[in-house]
Design a protein around this ligand. Structure first.
Ligand code: HEC
Ligand code: HEC
Ligand code: HEC
Ligand code: HEC
Ligand code: HEC
Length: 561
C-alpha cells in the first residue's frame, strides 16, 4: 500500500531536534541519549486519544495511552531507531516513521471514513493491466523459496474457487458435470394443498437435482455466500452462471478485507433468513482512497486498520450458518458456539484451526514493503480440508470380547479434533464406519446383533462405495424432501425435514456394539472409518469425482482361547 501513499495523510512526527530548536539559546548540546525509553502522545485533529495501542512495529513491545493520550515505552536499545505505530478504534493505523529512545514523539491519527461506500468497485486479486491495487502484485511470492504468501495460499483455498466449483454449479443448474440437464420438476395438484412437486421420473435420463429445476424463474440466495462479491448488490438476484470479472473470484481477498461487522441475534447467531452478505456490514472506501481491515494494528503507513473481528470465529459466521425453510442446513458456526471450543479462555477459534500461523515470516514481498515479522502473527489462507485435517478430527478405538464362542466388537469413534460436529456444514457429507469379521477361511461372519448402515449409505456393490446393509454406522445429517420424500436430499432449497442427525458433536463419542455369529478358530476383525463429500446416489447422478478418504483403520486378530 506504499504505492498509494500519495493519498495518505500520514503522521505528524515531532522529533527531538524540533524540540531542541525551540530550546533556550546557549544551552549546551545534549549528550548522546543513553536512555532506553520513549515518551510521547497520540492525538487526532481534536486532541489527545486515550487507550490507543502504541507499538514498536512488528514486535510485541507495546503499550496503551493514558487519559491524556500519553505513553511511555521502555526497554528499547539506547540509540537505535525504531518504527512506532499507533491505533485506536475508529482510526486508521498511524505512525510508521523511525524514532529513537529519548525523543518526544507525537503520533497523529486520522479518523476512519464515517460510512461505507456501496458504489465502490471491488479490486481483483489478480494482476490486471489497468489496476494498481491487485493483491497478487505484492502479496504473491515470485519464487517458491519466498512463499507461500497470502495470494499463493488463497489460490489453493476453496474460497477462491467457490464460484467455479463444479459441484456447486451442477447442483445449482440441475446438470451433471458434462452439462446434461435433468427435466424440470413436474407438479401435481391436490385439493387441499394445491400445487406440489412430484419426484423425478427416473425412467427418463436424470442428472440429479438442481435449484433451477425447481425455481427456473429466480436466481436464489446461493450467491450470497458462494459469490459474495457479486451478490452484495443483489443477494437474491445473482445467477452464479452469469457472473464475470472479480465476482467470479468467489470469496475474494478484497471482499473479505472490507468486512466490518457481522450482524448477530441476541443468541449470538446470524439471523436464519440472512445468509452471507445479508448479515455482513462493510467499510468500502470513498473514491480515490483504498482501505484494508485486518488482524494487525501495526501496518503503516496507509489507510489500513485493525478490526478485532478478524481474529474471532464470528467473522466466519455469516456464511457458515444458514437456514432454508426454517431448517438449519449449514451450521459449523452454531455447532462451534455450542461446543467447549467457544470458551473465550480455553477454547479455539475457527482461525486457530483453519488458518494456523507460522508458515512464513512475511506476508508482502520485501521489494513491495513487506516486513519481517514473527511467523506466529501470520495466518495461513489455505483453508482446504485435507485428508490429514480430516484424520486429526477423529479417533477410532476398537475392543473385542469372546464369550460362548461369539465375538463382540465394541467401537468408539471420538470427535477429538473438530471444533464442531463431524462431519459439519454441508449436509451432503457422510462419515461411515464399517465393521467386518472374517473367519480363518476368509468368510465374512454374519452379524447377529448390532447396527447396519442405512439405505442412504448406498445400495449396491460395496467395492463401488455402496455400503447399505453392512455392519457399521453412518454419521450424517440426512435430509428428506417434504413433498417428494426423496431421501437423502441435497435439494435443501426445497422444504425438507432432518430425517436423522447422527453426526458426532465436538469432543463427544459414539459407541456401537457388534455381535457376530459363532466361528471356529481365529477371526480377523477390520474396522474402517471413511469420509466422502457426498452421498453415493448424488455422486453417480452428477458424475462428480470425489474419492473416499480413509480416516482410520484397525485390523485385529482374535481367537477364542
Ligand atoms: C474468507 C475471508 C478471507 C479471504 C478470502 C482472505 N483473507 Fe486475508 N485474512 C482473513 C482473516 C480472517 C485474517 C486474520 C486471521 C487471524 O488473525 O486469525 C486474515 C489475515 C490477512 C493478513 C494479515 C497477515 C496474515 O497473513 O495473517 C493479510 C495481509 C491478508 N489477510 C491478506 C489477504 C490477501 C492478500 C488475500 C487474497 C490473496 C486474502 N487475505 C484473502 C480473511 C480472509
Ligand atoms: C449461508 C451461506 C450459504 C448459502 C446461502 C448457500 N451455501 Fe452452499 N455452501 C456454503 C458453505 C459454507 C459450504 C461449504 C461447507 C462445507 O464444506 O461443508 C457450501 C457448500 C456447498 C456445496 C458442496 C460443495 C462441494 O464441493 O462439496 C454445494 C453443492 C452447495 N453449497 C450448493 C449450494 C446451493 C445450490 C445453494 C443455493 C440454493 C447454496 N449452496 C447456498 C454456504 C452457503
Ligand atoms: C503495492 C503493494 C500492495 C498491494 C497491491 C496490496 N497490498 Fe496489502 N499490504 C501491503 C503492505 C506493504 C502491507 C504491510 C506489510 C507489513 O507491514 O508487513 C500490507 C498489508 C495488508 C493487510 C494487513 C492489514 C492489517 O491491519 O491487518 C491486509 C489485510 C492487506 N494488505 C490486504 C490486501 C488486499 C486484500 C489487497 C488486494 C485487494 C492488497 N492488500 C494489495 C502492500 C500491498
Ligand atoms: C463470504 C462467505 C464466507 C466467509 C466469510 C467464510 N467462508 Fe468459508 N466457505 C464459504 C464457501 C462458499 C465455501 C465453499 C467453497 C467450495 O467448496 O466451493 C467455504 C468453505 C470453507 C471450508 C471448507 C474447505 C474445504 O476444503 O472444503 C472451510 C474449512 C472454511 N470455509 C472455513 C472458513 C473460515 C475459518 C472462515 C472465517 C475465517 C470462513 N470460512 C469464512 C464461504 C465463506
Ligand atoms: C479445534 C479445531 C477446529 C475448530 C475450532 C474449527 N474447526 Fe472446522 N474443522 C476442523 C477439522 C479437524 C475438520 C475436518 C473434519 C470435519 O470435516 O468435520 C474441520 C472441517 C471444517 C469444514 C469442512 C466440513 C466438510 O466436511 O466439508 C468447515 C466448513 C469448517 N470446518 C468450518 C469451521 C468454522 C466456520 C469454524 C468456526 C466456527 C470451525 N470450522 C472451527 C477443525 C476445527
Amino acid at each position: 500500500m506504499r504505492a498509494r501513499s500519495t493519498y495518505y495523510l500520514v503522521l505528524l512526527l515531532t522529533v527531538a531536534h524540533l524540540v531542541q530548536a525551540c530550546a533556550p539559546q546557549g544551552a549546551s548540546p545534549p549528550a548522546v541519549p543513553s536512555t532506553d525509553t520513549l515518551h510521547g502522545v497520540v492525538r487526532d485533529e481534536n486532541g489527545p486519544v486515550p487507550a490507543a495501542v502504541v507499538r514498536v512495529q512488528t514486535t510485541d513491545i507495546a503499550t496503551r495511552t493514558d487519559a491524556q493520550g500519553r505513553f511511555t515505552l521502555g526497554g528499547l536499545a539506547p540509540g537505535a531507531s525504531v518504527s512506532l505505530t499507533a491505533w485506536a478504534p475508529g482510526y486508521y493505523i498511524g505512525g510508521g516513521e523511525e524514532v529513537r529512545p529519548g525523543e518526544e514523539v507525537t503520533l497523529t491519527l486520522e479518523a476512519l471514513a464515517a460510512a461505507d461506500n456501496p458504489a465502490y468497485a471491488w479490486l481483483s486479486a489478480f494482476t490486471q493491466a489497468d489496476q494498481e491495487g491487485n493483491c497478487e502484485r505484492c502479496h504473491a511470492a515470485t519464487e517458491a523459496s519466498e512463499g507461500p504468501l497470502p495470494f499463493d495460499e488463497w489460490q489453493r483455498d476453496p474460497h477462491s474457487r467457490s464460484a467455479q466449483n463444479p459441484r456447486f454449479l451442477t447442483m445449482y443448474s440441475g446438470t451433471d458435470v458434462q452439462g446434461r440437464q435433468s427435466p424440470l420438476t413436474r407438479y401435481g395438484n391436490q385439493q387441499d394443498y394445491g400445487r406440489f412437486p412430484m419426484p423425478p421420473d427416473l425412467s427418463r435420463p436424470y442428472y440429479g437435482p438442481g435449484y433451477k429445476l425447481d425455481f427456473p424463474a429466480s436466481a436464489g440466495n446461493c450467491a450470497a455466500c458462494h459469490l459474495p462479491a457479486a451478490a452484495v448488490r443483489a443477494p437474491y438476484g445473482t445467477d452464479p452462471r452469469a457472473v464475470e470479472g472479480v465476482g467470479a473470484e468467489g470469496v475474494t481477498c478484497d471482499f473479505c478485507h472490507k468486512v466490518w461487522d457481522v450482524r448477530l441475534s441476541p443468541q449470538g447467531l446470524p439471523y436464519g433468513n440472512m445468509p452471507g452478505v445479508l448479515s455482513l456490514a462493510f467499510r468500502r472506501p470513498p473514491e480515490g482512497h483504498q482501505f484494508f481491515a485486518g488482524p494487525l494494528d501495526d501496518v503503516a503507513p496507509g489507510e489500513d486498520t485493525y478490526v478485532p473481528l478478524y481474529t474471532q470465529s464470528q467473522y466466519c459466521a455469516a456464511c457458515h450458518f444458514g437456514d432454508f425453510w426454517n431448517v438449519r442446513i449449514y451450521n459449523s458456526f452454531g455447532e462451534w458456539l455450542e461446543s467447549p471450543y467457544s470458551d473465550p479462555e480455553s477454547g479455539r477459534t475457527c482461525q486457530d484451526c483453519h488458518m494456523p500461523p507460522g508458515k512464513n515470516d512475511h506476508f508482502v514481498r520485501f521489494d513491495k514493503g513487506g516486513r519481517r515479522r514473527n511467523p506466529e502473527s501470520i495466518f495461513s489462507h489455505d483453508m482446504t480440508v485435507t485428508p490429514d485435517l480430516l484424520r486429526q478430527a477423529v479417533r477410532l478405538d476398537v475392543a473385542t470380547v469372546w464369550a460362548d464362542g461369539r465375538l463382540t466388537v465394541i467401537v468408539t469413534v471420538t470427535n477429538r479434533g473438530a471444533g464442531h460436529h463431524v462431519p459439519t456444514d454441508s449436509p451432503l457429507r457422510q462419515m461411515l464406519l464399517l465393521v467386518q469379521a472374517t473367519d480363518a477361511n476368509g468368510n465374512l461372519l454374519p452379524l447377529t446383533e448390532g447396527p447396519v448402515l442405512p439405505e442412504w449409505a448406498g445400495e449396491g456393490d460395496p467395492s463401488q462405495g455402496y455400503y447399505a446393509g453392512l455392519p457399521g454406522r453412518l454419521y450424517a445429517k440426512t435430509l428428506q424432501e417434504i413433498w417428494t420424500e426423496v431421501t437423502p436430499s441435497g435439494a435443501y432449497w426445497n422444504p425438507s425435514r432432518i430425517l436423522e442427525d447422527t453426526r458426532i458433536p465436538a469432543l463427544a463419542s459414539d459407541r456401537s456394539i457388534y455381535v457376530f455369529a459363532p466361528a471356529e478358530g481365529a477371526v480377523s476383525v477390520k474396522v474402517s472409518l471413511l469420509y466422502r463429500r457426498a452421498f453415493p446416489t448424488l455422486i453417480a447422478q452428477k458424475g462428480w469425482e470425489v474419492p473416499i478418504i480413509i480416516l482410520a483403520e484397525r485390523t485385529l486378530r482374535v481367537s477364542g482361547e
